[in-house]
Design a binder for this molecule. Structure first.
Ligand SMILES: Cc1ncc(COP(=O)(O)O)c(C=O)c1O
Length: 394
């Protein structure tokens, strides 16, 4: 059977493929250090799990409203308004199964052939995948290492055209760990304020920062009306498997997103939504502890990476990834990530898994113990030293 042509344009998220390959090597007896997948290595905090169990016992096992339980939407509206310094209401909130549907649904509702969509590259691969899938024109914005992996604002200005319908920004960022400086966010707002476009602001790592808190573009005048905030529970509360996220968006976008939800999921699981209320209203010390652990690992791991021959690693300011420049090794990103997986037992991702502009980089998730992270650096060093002469063009 021939698949629909559009399927050939749909991309993927390589992290899941590398995880499968790493597990297959483990099944053959190999010892692999997993630094490929982007999920916290912490358990969901106890009080959130208890709230989920209690909800099951109380019968939250039925369909719920498509847009999300009103109490959760109220709680999210209050949380997002407080953390971003904006005024969003429950009517602006759509609760969906994970953060990803807030890429899938709004892009499906907005983009068609002829539209241009600007997105970060390297960036979360689902942006480019969905833009291509919908037949819109992908306009990659290279991230600049020297600017802490932020945009070149002059280039952004040049890439904005009357056809630009969507601008995607992501801060703190996957895969680079970059946080877009507040002044840049303000400048981006100034560039797009009077244009007929929508901004998708992916703020899924909003609580994971090590210096200044990241700014949301919605704080700037006129921007809340044209921005979709993507956030969720996966990263902040270590709830990746619960599948729950949300979008905060202008009301005119809520209805099409609801329609797409009715046509796909009907609603998000109701007992997980009760757990979500507990997550946002309950104690936040587990989040703080997790971020503190990521900070310690970041400091040690990135310093150690910087001692490796041919590696140069900026200190990420947020999220839980290290994104070293490896051009000095002479290997391409793909060659090095393959070599590290197959020969050194370190699973990581090639920068190109996040787009063409990721060439010359690797992504390591630091969601693993400090001991394993340091062991991984040792294995990488052994790998590099054993092959000092191999790389072509080094
Ligand atoms: C930048 C970014 N956005 C969105 C998501 C999707 O999150 P979820 O697992 O809640 O769908 C991820 C997950 O890795 C991410 O890194």
């Amino acid at each position: 059977m021939k698949l629909a042509e559009r399927m050939s344009r749909l991309g993927t998220e390589t992290a899941f493929e590398v995880l499968v390959r790493a597990r297959a090597l483990e099944a053959k007896g190999r010892d692999i250090i997993h630094l490929e997948i982007g999920e916290p290595d912490f358990d969901t905090p106890r009080h959130i799990v208890e709230a989920g169990k209690e909800a099951l016992d109380k019968g939250f096992t039925h369909y719920g409203p498509t847009q999300g339980l009103p109490e959760l939407r109220e709680t999210i509206a209050e949380y997002v308004s407080r953390t971003r310094g904006i005024s969003a209401g429950a009517a602006n909130v759509c609760v969906v199964p994970g953060g990803k549907p807030i890429i899938f649904f709004p892009l499906l509702a907005l983009l068609e052939p002829g539209d241009e969509a600007i997105y970060p590259n390297p960036g979360f691969p689902i942006y480019e995948s969905m833009i291509n899938f919908l037949g819109a024109t992908p306009v990659p914005m290279p991230l600049v290492e020297e600017r802490g992996f932020s945009f070149d604002l002059n280039l952004l200005e040049k890439k904005l055209t009357p056809r630009t319908k969507l601008l995607i920004i992501n801060s703190p960022q996957n895969p680079t760990g970059g946080v877009i400086p507040r002044d840049d966010i303000r400048a981006i707002a100034d560039l797009v304020r009077n244009r007929d476009l929508v901004v998708l602001s992916d703020e899924i790592y909003s609580r994971m920062y090590f210096d200044e808190p990241p700014a949301s573009i919605t704080q700037y005048p006129g921007m809340l009306e044209k921005t979709i905030i993507l956030d969720g529970f996966s990263k902040t509360y270590a709830m990746t498997g619960w599948r729950m996220g949300y979008g905060v968006m202008p009301k005119w976008l809520v209805e099409p997103v609801n329609k797409l939800m009715v046509n796909s999921n009907s609603c998000t699981a109701t007992f997980t939504q009760r757990a979500g209320i507990a997550a946002l209203k309950g104690p936040q010390d587990d989040v703080d502890k997790m971020v503190q652990a990521f900070r310690e690992r970041r400091d040690a791991f990135c310093s150690a990476l910087n001692q490796l021959p041919g590696f140069r690693c900026r200190m990420p300011n947020g999220a839980f990834y290290a994104f070293p420049n490896i051009t000095g090794t002479g290997y391409s990103s793909k060659e090095l990530s393959e070599g590290l997986l197959n020969e050194a037992g370190v699973a990581c991702l090639s920068g190109t898994a996040f787009g063409d502009f990721g060439e010359g980089y690797l992504r390591f998730s630091i969601a693993n113990s400090l001991e394993n992270l340091m062991k991984a650096v040792g294995r990488i060093r052994t790998f590099l030293e054993a092959r000092k002469t191999v790389p072509a063009g080094a």
